[in-house]
Design a protein around this ligand. Structure first.
Ligand code: F2R
Ligand code: MG
Ligand code: MG
Ligand code: MG
Length: 352
């Protein structure tokens, strides 16, 4: 059992970093059918043992995920000031890792206020509306792994870890959805064929609770975010039944491929589910690669959607599903394997 968990922890964090590294060169692109052939060859090369090239660098997605792991492993209890400092140190050390355009402001305010109230700067983003970017979701996988056996704690920690930078409900609920998806994948038996309908139904039920709880807090208001992710998951569910070849335009139109959590987290979950079966023009027998390659082929926020889809796929399939050549071509993958092991052993060391 712990052998399987070890493989799944490694698989998930490798999925996060490999999706980021391989997706980053395409971030912001619109992908044509010609580009899809280019992406097919790109992955063929990355899996070729003879292929020599400098590794693909990671971006902010992995930089922040690393900090979240350290936050979980280095302190006995969640310490959000510590996490804020880790984010800021990483950002100051390497500001050119492709961070969101607005998040630097949060980090500067944290630093200038000497980390006095680490939750305040994020509340001031976008005229007080808070960021709805996918930055909370893209770094949440370690929390799902660490707290997989304590669901309520998982949601609580994921919420606060997101709120350090993102206070908009769309960003928080998106991060929770991604967190829940990674956990469900971790708990699923990789030897059994996954039932996509069951997987989505479970996410729908959980998001319903989360979105309804939000309504209860403020009975006066009924805003679009009250059902936002339930509605998106309904689309994910409807897409499962559609098996025709040219689904991509519809996926991009209905689910999105943007940098907001709302337009990327459900898309990542769709990628994971669709890759359970063959996908036209993605030639590989490897489900892990298929997930990431498909996510990238949708264009838009490719590094982040591939990273989130990769974290889910890796949590389901485990490390064995990840091609070792693909690992070799991405930055920080060796370290990420050790980091995954530390995360698993930290679970045993500290009382919850
Ligand atoms: N930043 C990018 N990619 C674009 C450029 C990088 C590229 N490599 C290059 O240099 O060419 N990618 C990274 O950002 C995303 C995560 O962003 P995060 O952490 O959520 O940051 P932020 O700044 O808070 O939000 C992102 C943008 O979303 C818009 N936005 C958010 N909330 C808004 C609101 N309430 N109102 C209006 N706009 C809002 C803003 O444009 C934000 O800057 C990932 O893709 C990661 O890979
Ligand atoms: Mg990025
Ligand atoms: Mg069924
Ligand atoms: Mg991105």
């Amino acid at each position: 059992e712990s052998v399987l968990l070890k493989s799944k922890f490694r698989g998930s964090l490798l999925g996060a970093v490999i999706g980021d590294c391989t997706g980053a060169p395409f971030e912001g692109d619109t992908i044509t059918s010609g580009d899809k052939i280019v992406i097919q060859r790109y992955f063929d090369k990355l899996e070729d043992p003879e292929f020599k090239a400098p590794f693909k660098p990671y971006t902010d997605d992995t930089a922040m995920t690393k900090s979240v792991v350290k936050f979980l492993t280095d302190k006995p209890e969640p310490d959000y000031k510590f996490l804020a400092r880790l984010f800021v140190n990483e950002y100051m050390k390497e500001p050119r890792r492709g961070y969101g355009a607005a998040i630097g402001e949060v980090f500067n305010k944290m630093r200038l206020s000497k980390f006095d109230d680490v939750f305040k700067p994020a509340t001031e983003q976008f005229q007080g509306k808070g960021s709805y970017g996918n930055g909370g979701a893209m770094r949440v996988a370690p929390i799902a792994l660490y707290y997989h056996d304590n669901y309520d704690a998982m949601l609580g920690v994921a919420t606060k870890a997101t709120k350090l930078t993102h206070t908009n409900t769309f960003a928080i609920h998106g991060a929770l959805l991604q967190c829940i998806a990674v956990r469900e994948a971790l708990l699923a038996d990789p030897k059994k064929k996954l039932d996509p309908e069951e997987f989505v139904a479970s996410l729908q039920e959980k998001m319903k609770k989360i979105e309804n709880a939000n309504v209860d807090r403020d009975l006066e208001s009924s805003s679009p975010e009250d059902r936002a992710y339930q509605d998106k998951l309904k689309i994910v569910e409807d897409l499962i039944g559609k098996s025709y070849e040219d689904l991509d335009e519809e996926v991009i139109f209905q689910l999105g491929n943007g940098i907001s959590a709302y337009e990327s987290v459900p898309t990542a979950i769709h990628c994971f589910l669709r890759a359970q079966n063959d996908i036209a023009r993605i030639e590989t027998g490897n489900q892990f690669r298929r997930t990431i390659q498909y996510a990238i082929s949708l264009g838009g926020d490719t590094d982040t959607i591939a990273s989130m889809a990769g974290a889910i796929a890796g949590a389901y399939l485990g490390e064995e599903a990840v091609n070792s050549e693909l690992i070799r071509h991405c930055e920080f993958t060796q370290e990420m394997t050790e980091v995954a092991d530390n995360l698993l052993s930290a679970k045993g060391e500290f009382p919850k």
